[in-house]
Design a protein around this ligand. Structure first.
Ligand code: ZN
Length: 248
């Protein structure tokens, strides 16, 4: 069984980051920038590519762009086709970006063309409520849309409603309260959950703590394996990244 953390942020050195994963028992991770969300993302995407090149099997880079900046679509294309990025991370709240902004149309079309997923920060109004992100998922039904916090503490129920409505929405339940996580498990197919810890922002114990939360539910081993890695592995295998792009 592979444990794949679908929500981490580049921090420290690749060596230290991999050591954290080893200590937590995490095999692979989707890795995002942080500063690349706010300013010209290209240097941060370059740094992320370099960081993940330290172990390309275990560290899987997801680029960031600001959709409203001119050049966002070409930067996304560069990251996927030239840097081998496997998806996109957006943070509409921190980026002051409405999900109804027309700049997202070009981004969504590019994600469809390259067949890669997008991870959204979610759970914080005004711009990152799950149902706002669901509108993006509706318009781009072929793009896997990961809610990176499963609605957080206040909007977890809304996240479940969003996922019930659109089959391309996946929940990362690490930031949900445990009773919300259980409620979600009772309503959604197990295939719609991916483990993600937000590691890299906090201390070294955050990743194992988030893993322990999933394990504390004592799910059937096959269900636990899907949440902790199987579902994300399947999503990555289905998404083509640059290979699909070169196919046209
Ligand atoms: Zn995060």
């Amino acid at each position: 069984m592979t444990v794949l953390d679908a929500h981490t942020h580049m921090s420290g050195s690749p060596h230290d980051f991999l050591a954290m994963m080893d200590a937590s028992g995490v095999d692979r991770a989707l890795v995002f920038t942080l500063d690349g969300l706010y300013v010209d993302p290209a240097p941060y995407n370059d740094r992320l590519a370099e960081f993940c090149a330290a172990d390309p099997v275990r560290l899987i880079p997801f680029c960031s762009v600001h959709p409203r900046y001119p050049g966002a679509v070409p930067e996304l294309r560069r990251c996927v086709t030239q840097l081998g990025m496997r998806g996109l991370k957006l943070h509409p709240w921190a980026q002051c970006l409405s999900l109804l902004d027309s700049s997202l149309d070009g981004i969504g079309q590019e994600l469809e063309r390259f067949n890669v997923p997008v991870v959204f920060h979610d759970g914080t109004p005004p711009n990152s409520s799950p149902l706002q992100i669901a509108e993006f998922a509706r318009r781009h039904a072929r793009v896997p849309v990961i809610l990176g916090h499963g609605g957080l503490h206040d909007l977890w129920k809304e996240a479940v409603y969003a996922a019930e409505r659109y089959p391309n929405i996946y929940l990362t339940p690490s930031s949900m309260p445990m009773h919300g996580f259980r409620w979600a498990l009772a309503r959604l197919p197990i295939e719609r959950f991916v483990f993600g810890s937000d590691a890299g922002l906090g201390d070294l114990y955050w990743q194992p703590f988030q893993l322990a939360k999933v394990r504390s539910l004592h799910l059937r081993p096959d269900e636990e394996a899907l949440i902790l890695g199987g579902n994300a592995e399947r999503m990555l295998a289905r998404s083509g990244g640059c290979t699909a792009a070169f196919r046209g």
